[in-house]
Write a protein that binds this ligand. Sequence first.
Ligand code: ATP
Ligand code: MG
Length: 415
Amino acid sequence: MNDILPGEVETWQFLEQSAREVFGYYGFSEIRTPIPEKTELFCRSIGETTDIVEKEMYTFSDKSENSLTLRPEGTAPVMRSFIQNRLHHLDPVSKLYYMGPMFRYERPQKGRYRQFHQLGAEVVGVEDAKIDAQVLAMLHQYFVHIGISSVSLQVNSLGCPQCRPGYRQALIDYLESRLDNLCGECQRRYQTNPLRVLDCKVPGCQSATADAPSVLEHLCSSCHNHFEQVKGYLQALNIPFVVNARMVRGLDYYVRTTFELVTDQLGSQNAVAAGGRYDGLVESLGGPSLPGIGFAIGLERLVLMKGEQQIAPATPQLFIAAMGKDAADRAFVLMSQLQAAGMRAEMDYLGKSLKAQMRRANKLNADFTLILGEEELQSGKAQLKNMSDSSQSTVTLSNLATTLWEKLGQLSGSS
Ligand code: ATP
Ligand code: MG
């Protein structure tokens, strides 16, 4: 679990603000749900035989012996809230997004942490393939907006409760014939969760499943048509993608369209975003029978990818250097007035010498420094120093704010 410190937090703020902006264009509203939920919510939705539920959840009993779990993902809590608050009565189509911490007890490594952050979006109420394409278009547009282009979109269809059992059985039969070549974990899970074997990172499992049956060849006609439509809309929108029939998702609730955004920049943690359709989920959690689709982006992985392009923290527009107690008191009032008017203003609080104050103004990268002493208080005029070219001008203190805004305007106009 990491602290996010000044200097790094600016990148986070940029990624979060960009999401609010872009998701807003597509008509999504934010939803905020509690961090702990009843444990059974995750067992029922994510699935008992998934990595998350089997070994990654932060589960504890509260003082009344309720079993609670720190949310490992965002879809189940959002659907729980959707049902509980009857959001489908407000609008037949709900477009929701969320951002915040998630918790999984994993082996920490680069791009994989125990508290991490996701930015996710969900649409409930639409079966039409247009919404699959719309959600992918929004995800694509978000990456364009934040300036990350080194990702590729992989799509697949996992079928539905009509066609998946047939595929599942075909896969189990295939795996059975190659059991000796699978790793211990896959030998254990090939019957309970055969799709997961396709996803196993162990090289032996990858070669053993190289020509496993393809899910796409087992789709029923309505899943096949749906997938064809999704691909058609993506082409119409000029969104590049590749079909990856081996891509399975680690959560049980996915049906039909599933997708991942992958990068080659992060080693084995190559997925920066993932999602898919979950048409039966809302109903299985006790809600109305409504289809849904969504994705989650891993923010830590985006921050790692932004890497060098870190966003600089905002610097002061004015530093007031003061000599003596009276000047410091006046500086304090001036600074506070400017801050209240929306200017980033700073001063010294530690009784430092003028020289040390100027050094600090430099270090903070202030645009201007105002120098205040006894004489300046008497005359009502002071020297304003432009820190980038060291030019000085005389300003009237009673007119300080107006003069500064003008000069700052010229500064941003000329840069
Ligand atoms: P992975 O295959 O990397 O374990 P996942 O399939 O478990 O990912 P999802 O549950 O689909 O991941 O979550 C969506 C995104 O959240 C991932 O693509 C990834 O960017 C991010 N993510 C998931 N787990 C972690 C983690 N422990 N630390 C940081 N980011 C994570
Ligand atoms: Mg995982």
